[in-house]
Design a protein around this ligand. Structure first.
Ligand SMILES: NC(=O)c1ccc[n+]([C@@H]2O[C@H](COP(=O)([O-])OP(=O)(O)OC[C@H]3O[C@@H](n4cnc5c(N)ncnc54)[C@H](OP(=O)(O)O)[C@@H]3O)[C@@H](O)[C@H]2O)c1
Length: 230
């Protein structure tokens, strides 16, 4: 059960995920003073309950300064499970500021009957695991694509929320503008339309990104699954 909300409490949510939006809604409805922080990776972020601030803090020290200057009583780190730097900064900053830090759990996905997963530890390993001639859906943020650029023998399909500033570095690719769908049918339609043979993704866990995993199972596609950092 969620902890009771102190109505005077000023809470900083480190966000950028569906879970962060859910937490913001719950806390605002309970009367807390909430500010969600976004890294600023998307140009038009979806509206959120409470206030929003955008952009980096300037490391752990910057975050500790923000906490002190804004009278933050608690930080909730609801960032993506692979966003390790901001989570580390949050741990350091909250220790420096002497305030509590909550980190909601987002369990990793587990292989289900019918899943054909090739489990790897890194993006480089994922790139090496693809067979020549594969048509690959890369369900990865733009900062994680470089490891695949040397695979000039594969076709890549990349989905982004905002268009890239310059062409991507792949020899052969299609770009789709949009967000992942939690609906496996929609994801399966997309995979079919692009004649996808392999899905590459990170084991983020959570419901919002699970549609593609179910779609791959349904279409019997191999999934190159990058595990979470130890
Ligand atoms: N919804 C998704 O599927 C999804 C997927 C990936 C990432 N994300 C979100 O995108 C953001 C960036 O991810 P990343 O992997 O690049 O993170 P990262 O490597 O851990 O963070 C890099 C730097 O970006 C800034 N930053 C990250 N998250 C921030 C936040 N919520 N508010 C303010 N500054 C933030 C920090 O800069 P300073 O050191 O200057 O403070 C941090 O040092 C995260 O907030 C994450 O939750 C969402």
């Amino acid at each position: 059960m969620a902890a009771p909300v102190d109505r005077r409490e000023k809470v900083l949510i480190l966000g950028g995920t569906a879970e962060a939006a859910t937490i913001a809604r719950r806390l605002v409805e309970a009367g807390a003073d909430v500010v969600t922080s976004l890294a600023g990776r998307t140009s038009n972020p979806a509206p959120l309950p409470g206030r929003i601030r955008i952009g980096g803090f300037g490391g752990a020290e910057g975050l500790a300064r923000y906490i002190a200057e804004n009278g933050i009583a608690k930080v909730i780190d609801a960032t993506h499970p692979f966003a390790n730097r901001i989570s580390q900064n949050a741990r350091l900053a909250c220790a420096m500021a002497g305030i509590p830090l909550e980190r909601p759990e987002r369990p990793a996905w587990e292989r289900q009957p019918g899943d054909d997963w090739i489990e790897v530890e890194s993006l480089d390993e994922a790139a090496a695991a693809l067979p020549a001639g594969a048509r690959v859906f890369l369900a990865l943020g733009r900062q994680h694509l470089a490891a695949f650029e040397s695979r000039t023998d594969c076709h890549f399909v990349v989905r982004m929320v905002d268009p890239p500033e310059k062409p991507l570095g792949f020899a052969d690719y299609d770009l789709i503008l949009g967000k992942p769908s939690a609906d496996p049918e929609e994801e399966a339609d997309l995979f079919r339309a692009h004649r996808i043979t392999h899905l590459v993704c990170r084991n983020s866990g959570g419901e919002a990104g699970y549609g593609k995993i179910v779609a791959a199972r349904k279409l019997e596609l191999p999934v190159v699954m990058v595990g979470r950092a130890a």
